[in-house]
Design a protein around this ligand. Structure first.
Ligand code: ZN
Ligand code: ZN
Length: 157
């Protein structure tokens, strides 16, 4: 899917969601969606706010916060709370399914694709629960932080 096709699909999905829920199709909602689908990777509300303000479009952080929450509810955006840091978001449509490796020392996030794991997870059943999305977050130390902690051990001896 091209970037434009992805944006179109997202916009259609938002229209469907707003119609189904009897919600207003305000221009801000579509503007915010468009910006989200222009961003690469994970973003915080703060970063999204600056990205939008940089284009000369003004909106309150409350509007932005509420709209992003709506997009999460609509299944268009994922909300992550990696460890204890500020929530980060990412678009769903047009991104390959992936899991996250989170470094608990520097906060670096790496995305990994694991189709073998996805295959297993897609066949798992947990009683009558009907899963719509599965995210695996793996916490640990990235290669850089492991190297740093090893070298600091050496110098302290
Ligand atoms: Zn690290
Ligand atoms: Zn991701």
């Amino acid at each position: 899917m091209t970037q434009e096709k992805i944006k179109e699909a997202a916009s259609l999905a938002l229209t469907r969601y707003l119609t189904d829920h009897g919600m207003r199709k305000t221009p801000e909602r579509y503007t915010i969606l468009n910006h989200i689908f222009s961003l690469q990777g994970h973003f915080t509300i703060q970063a999204l706010h600056s990205h939008i303000e940089d284009t000369g479009y003004h909106l309150s952080r409350t509007t932005l916060f509420n709209t992003v929450a709506l997009l999460v509810a609509a299944g268009l955006v994922r909300r992550h709370t990696f460890a204890t840091e500020t929530p980060r978001y990412e678009r769903i449509i047009g991104l390959p399914h992936h899991h996250h490796l989170i470094c608990t020392n520097c906060g670096k996030i790496r995305e990994v694709k694991d189709s073998a794991l996805d295959e297993i997870l897609s066949q798992r059943r947990y009683g009558k629960f009907s899963p719509s999305q599965i995210d695996i977050n793996i916490y640990g130390l990235c290669a850089t932080c492991q190297r740093r902690s090893k070298s600091s051990l050496r110098t302290s001896k």
